[in-house]
Design a protein around this ligand. Structure first.
Ligand code: B12
Length: 217
């Protein structure tokens, strides 16, 4: 039964049926299913299949876009269950998807988990220029700058931000985290970022750990 509903969530997501996805996610929660299982095995699994078909040109941008909307609708239902917001303020994070890149589903999951870990979030949205990240971080007194990129062509904008921080003499002031499907540890090290993590939950854990360590030092 549980497996059926998870499969249905994945299938309706692939068809971009936001209403059905919302209803089924709610039903799964009502039946006591683990929100992480609903996210990983229902929603994310559906999006992976969409990604695979997109790559093989079996479906195109409009289909991916409706699937992405269905995914976001499902995540919105899950959010209060996935995230028990901590009372202790941990620090401030500025986050966005880099310039030229409009993918925001993963970034929004990182926002959710950071908020849950007790961060005050300044979400700059998508297509964010390096200078804009830095100006916002300076304005709000951020501890962490988080950048997301889903396109190999926009990944270099992450390095541009780090170069710009160095030019302004601000590199050591911020913890810089990078992520997104094409990003990995090697790339993060190459461009001089502080941390890369592969998913939203570990991003929040790492950010918290890094801020606490920096404050203690
Ligand atoms: C959905 C999607 C879209 C949607 C985006 C909707 C939206 N609101 O986000 C739309 C239809 C708009 C789209 C457009 C395009 N897309 Co697209 N898209 C995807 C798809 C299918 C899924 C991405 C996704 O949401 N994954 C689910 C999330 C949850 O995963 P995630 O983003 O990786 O995030 C997780 C981690 O990476 C991590 N994370 C994310 N950010 C951060 C940040 C930090 C700091 C940390 C620590 C961790 C972290 O945590 C997240 C949760 O665990 C991917 C396929 C794929 N396999 O990734 C292609 C994909 C990324 N797209 C691709 C392409 C080519 C495009 C287009 C150029 C297509 C076109 N011809 O127009 C345009 C580009 C538009 C632009 N300028 O950005 C290619 C990129 C290829 C490449 N090598 O660069 C991919 C890989 C598809 C493919 N295989 O060909 N796309």
């Amino acid at each position: 039964m549980a497996e059926t509903i998870i499969t249905e969530i994945s299938e309706f997501l692939q068809k971009g049926r936001a209403k059905n996805v919302k209803a089924l996610v709610q039903q799964a929660l009502d039946e006591g299913m683990d929100p992480k299982v609903i996210l990983n095995e229902g929603l994310l699994d559906g999006m992976m299949i969409v990604g695979g078909k997109f790559k093989k040109n079996e479906i195109f941008v409009p289909e991916v876009l409706v699937a992405a909307r269905a995914m976001s609708a499902g995540i919105a239902i899950l959010e209060p269950k996935l995230v028990e917001v901590g009372n202790e303020p941990v620090g401030k994070a500025v986050i966005g998807t880099v310039k030229g890149d409009l993918h925001d589903i993963g970034k929004n999951l990182v926002v959710m988990m950071l908020r849950g870990a007790g961060f005050e979030i300044h979400d700059m949205g998508v297509d964010v220029a390096p200078e804009a990240f830095i100006e916002k971080a300076e304005e709000v007194g951020a501890d962490v700058i988080c950048m997301s990129a889903l396109l190999t062509t926009t990944m270099p904008n992450m390095e541009d931000l780090i170069t710009e921080l160095k030019t302004r003499g601000l590199r050591d002031k911020y913890i810089v985290m990078v992520g997104g499907a094409p990003v990995n540890d090697t790339f993060a090290q190459q461009i001089g970022a502080d941390y890369y993590t592969p998913d939203a939950a570990s991003a929040a854990e790492k950010a918290k750990e890094a801020v606490m360590a920096k404050k203690a030092s």
